[in-house]
Structures are given as structure tokens and as C-alpha cells.
Design a protein around this ligand. Structure first.
Ligand code: HEM
Length: 479
């Protein structure tokens, strides 16, 4: 019996490192000018200025498709399974426009926000897409996670981390302190955070709730296996439970989550070792960050009889383990009952002005960070990206969105349609029929999830994995 590795190594037998941790992202489109050693060659408006012009949100706009918070929270859990563009020490500060309402209220004109460029690695220059740098070499950002949907967000990306997360008896998991976790907001001491398999696990309490659901499910299955197989040791019970959880996460992704984005998902056609499951830079830097627009201003709690309880503003929720003090149930009810924000160019102030702290006291802006990350990664402009992925470039503002306010914001911000940041253009698009995103993001997301599934030698629908998982239950969120 072969269980998948924690790192993603040896999934592909011919290319054992493909899709594994610390390997480069792949590209769908040639990067715009991009310099590995210095700062990227960007002449556009500073990212915070674009954030102010485009993303500023003054009122709530509910999801056009009436999606609820479950959708965004599972999305974040999923991406924390697939990609991490880990910053290194190369600082490229975000310029704050003079007199910025939040970040430069006393009009000093010299404020910046910290931004660290993503780790790079040298790659072969021969794929027709990679751009040669000034030194004649080619570089690409590193994915600091394995790309496969393998639930390592719960289990960690190495055997060592996983060991620390296990109770090491009866195949069960625990979530006591002891594993290094990110704590960007520094609101609470690190030893109060929950230990989970991925460093960002405490970033928001909703995400932690999804972690907790799967951890409990793992332990429930482990207890079941222990009872049914008195001859199975801790390791065997653990691996079988883990394999069932991976199946659940894959199944939920393709049967319940992706249909909301893609309308419908084509049937599985089998494993193809020629398909590379690695995450595309355009997917993680641009398209899948649509999720930041659907986050609402507060974490919602509901009582058993459906009464809305005191909500927790998002700005107080970052890395706040005490948000779970009433148990996960009131939050799970909120997931089902609370309509999320619409996916569009608007982002709530708590993410755009109070990310991980107050402005001027460590606080950041997620919209400008996304834009800065896109520029750091050399993601081409909106129209260039569209052309390169085979979509028709747009020629009028109205080609992007039928919404007049959105058209005005774009027009006021960019001199030309060809200057639009891909992240902005993608979010500005009218949603495709039956989908919650526009055409550009739809294409990139569909392309990614085709490869994620076809390139995984351990996909749950393969006969040998079905056999391995024959004692799993076909549990999902909705069934
Ligand atoms: C309260 C909720 C959330 C918070 C506080 C949050 C915060 C962040 C932060 C700080 C980053 C790194 C930004 C950078 O410097 O580049 C990030 C990256 C990202 N987020 Fe979120 N996020 C949230 C929800 C979501 C959701 C709902 C989705 C998708 C459905 C999502 C998708 C992504 C993606 C794709 C990345 C890039 C991953 C990588 O390659 O590193 N996020 N998020």
C-alpha cells in the first residue's frame, strides 16, 4: 500500500519533484519585465493608489449568486493547501500616496507599507514563456507548498511537522501548541494559537473552523478504524484516516465548491502523468485572489434557533484564537446563514486598511499587497494576459463591465485600457453565466483545476485509490 508523501514528492514517477514543495510555479503567459535581483520594472500607478481608486468599499454589496460565507472560507482553506508565495528579505515598499486618509493622515508624503518580494529560484530558460533576466538567466517564484490537493493544510508538509500534530496513539490528531505558526497581527502570544498543518492557519477564525471540522472528522474516522481493526497500529490507522480526509477534500472541491465557480465540472477522465499539477503563477497571484473581494466585514455567530449573535469585526479577528471560545458551532451556522460579499472590485475596509493591525501601527492593505505581488511576479497587464491565454482583448471599458460605476473607476484610474492591472480587470468583469467570476478568472481557474486533478497519481477516483479508501465514507459538506 502506497500512501502519498507529505511533500508532494514522488507523485509523478518520471519527474518526482514535480508539484512538490519549494518548486517553481508554472506560467500561462510571459511575464512582463521582471528583474530577479532588483525591483521589478513597473511604471504603473503605485499599488496603494490603485487600491484607493478601485477597491474602496463604502457599503455592503451582497453576493449576486447569494453565496454564503461557507464558500469563501472553504476557498481559503483550499488555497492554503495548494500555494504559498513566501516572501523573503528583499524589501520593495508600497508607496503611500500623500495625504492617504488612513496611512498618511498628516500629509507627510513619506509613508510606505512593508512588502517583501517572493522567493525566487533559477529555472531553465527553454519553455518559451520564461523571460530572460538582465544577467541572461531565468527566474521564477517558488511555491513553498506542494501543489496537490492532499489535505496537507491539516497534516503539514513534512513527516516531522505531521508527527507534532499527531497524538501518536490510535491514529488521532491534536491541535495543541507546539508547531510554529504565523502570527502577523501579534494580538495574542503565539502559544495561544492553534497548531495546524499550515502556518497561516490562524489568519482568520473562519479558516480555523474548517481546520477543526476536518480534524474532528479525522479523529472520528480514526476511532472507527481502531474499533474495526484491532490489528492496525497507530500509523496504519492514521494513514487510512488521512487518505479518507484527502478524498473528502478533493470530493468537496470538485463536487461542491468548483461547480459554483465553473457552473459544472467535466467528469474525471483518469490520471495523465504528462500533466503537471503545479500551480500557475496567474492562478495564485491573480485569479484565485478573487476571494479577497467576497470576505464580509465581520465573522458571524448564530444561535441554535437561528438568532444572530454579536459578530466579530474582521479587523479584530486576525490571528485571534479566542474567536472560537464559544465553540465552532455558532460560526458554522454563520457560514450557512450569512450572505457573503459580492465578487467584484470592492474590498472591505478591514482588509484594505486594517489588515493585521491599525494603519500606521503595522496595519496593511490587502488590495495593494495583491497588486504589488502581481507586479513583483511580473503578471502581465489585463489585456496582455487575456491575449496570451487565448481570450479576445477588450477594446472599450464597457467590454469589461456593464456596471457604469465600475467603468468610471477604471477610466479614472488608468490612462489606457492596456494599462489595467490583471487583478483589477479580472475582478471588474461581469460574471459569466452560471458562474461567480468573470471570463478571465474563469479560464485561469478552470485550467488550474483540470491539471490539479489529471496530474495527481493519487486522485480519489482512480481504481487503486478507491480500493485503498474502500472503508472511507463518502461524506461531503452537503451530503
Ligand atoms: C479574512 C480572510 C482572508 C485574509 C485575512 C487573507 C489574507 C491574505 C494575505 C495576507 C495574503 C498574502 C498577500 C500577499 O502579500 O501577497 C493572502 C494570499 C492569498 N489569498 Fe487570502 N485572505 C483571506 C481570504 C482568502 C480567500 C477567501 C481566498 C480565496 C477564495 C484567498 C485567496 C488567496 C490567494 C490565492 C493568495 C495567494 C497565495 C499565495 O500564493 O501565497 N484568501 N491572503
Amino acid at each position: 500500500q502506497e500512501f502519498r508523501s507529505y511533500t508532494g514528492e514522488n507523485n509523478n514517477k518520471e519527474k518526482p519533484m514535480q508539484g512538490s514543495i519549494y518548486t517553481p510555479f508554472i506560467r500561462l503567459a510571459k511575464p512582463s519585465k521582471f528583474n530577479a535581483n532588483g525591483h521589478p520594472n513597473i511604471t504603473n500607478l503605485p499599488s496603494r493608489a490603485v487600491s484607493n481608486f478601485i477597491f474602496d468599499q463604502q457599503q455592503r454589496i451582497g453576493s449576486k449568486e447569494h453565496l454564503t460565507d461557507f464558500f469563501n472560507m472553504f476557498g481559503q482553506f483550499l488555497i492554503h493547501n495548494m500555494a504559498l508565495s513566501k516572501p523573503e528579505t528583499n524589501l520593495w515598499p508600497i508607496v503611500v500616496p500623500k495625504c492617504d486618509q488612513y496611512f498618511d493622515p498628516s500629509c507627510t508624503g513619506n509613508k510606505t507599507m512593508n512588502y517583501f518580494r517572493t522567493r525566487l529560484t533559477q529555472v531553465q530558460c527553454d519553455d518559451g514563456i520564461t523571460e530572460t533576466d538582465e544577467d541572461g538567466k531565468c527566474y521564477e517564484q517558488i511555491n513553498s507548498l506542494g501543489a496537490y490537493i492532499d489535505a496537507n493544510v491539516l497534516y503539514g508538509n513534512s513527516e516531522e511537522i505531521c508527527k507534532n500534530l499527531r497524538s501518536l496513539s490510535g491514529g488521532e490528531m491534536k491541535n495543541v501548541p507546539g508547531v510554529p505558526m504565523d502570527n502577523d497581527a501579534n494580538l495574542f502570544p503565539i502559544d495561544q494559537l492553534y497548531s495546524v498543518g499550515e502556518r497561516r492557519g490562524n489568519e482568520n477564525p473562519g479558516l480555523l473552523v474548517i481546520h477543526t471540522l476536518f480534524l474532528r472528522e479525522h479523529n472520528r474516522l480514526a476511532r472507527k478504524f481502531a474499533k474495526a481493526h484491532s490489528d492496525w497500529d497507530d500509523e496504519k490507522i492514521f494513514q487510512h484516516s488521512r487518505s479518507c480526509i484527502i478524498e473528502q477534500v478533493q470530493k468537496i472541491t470538485y463536487e461542491e465548491y468548483l461547480p459554483v465557480i465553473l457552473g459544472s465540472v467535466p467528469h474525471y477522465t483518469g490520471y495523465n502523468p504528462k500533466v503537471n499539477a503545479q500551480v500557475s503563477n496567474e492562478f495564485t497571484s491573480t485569479a484565485f485572489r478573487f476571494g479577497h473581494s467576497e470576505v464580509g466585514p465581520s465573522l458571524e455567530y448564530y444561535s441554535e434557533n437561528g438568532t444572530r449573535l454579536q459578530p466579530l469585526p474582521i479587523k479584530f479577528s486576525y490571528f485571534n484564537p479566542h474567536a472560537l471560545n464559544q465553540g465552532i458551532e455558532p460560526i458554522v451556522r454563520g457560514f450557512y446563514l450569512n450572505e457573503e460579499e459580492n465578487i467584484d472590485i470592492y474590498m472591505i475596509s478591514d482588509l484594505r486598511n486594517f489588515l493585521f493591525g491599525k494603519p500606521g501601527q503595522g496595519g496593511l492593505d490587502l488590495a495593494s499587497r495583491n497588486l504589488q505581488r502581481n507586479r513583483d511576479h511580473g503578471i502581465p497587464s489585463y489585456n496582455s494576459l487575456r491575449k496570451q491565454i487565448g481570450l479576445r482583448p477588450v477594446s472599450t471599458w464597457a467590454d469589461i463591465s456593464t456596471d457604469k460605476v465600475i467603468q468610471e473607476r477604471l477610466k479614472k484610474t488608468y490612462k489606457s485600457i492596456d494599462d489595467i492591472d490583471a487583478y483589477v480587470g479580472g475582478l471588474a468583469e461581469d460574471h459569466m453565466e452560471g458562474s461567480c467570476v468573470g471570463q478571465t478568472f474563469y479560464f485561469i481557474i478552470q485550467e488550474q483545476f483540470f491539471r490539479t486533478r489529471a496530474g495527481d497519481r493519487f486522485w480519489y477516483e482512480l481504481p487503486e485509490i478507491k480500493l485503498l479508501n474502500r472503508e472511507c465514507e463518502s461524506t461531503t459538506f452537503l451530503k
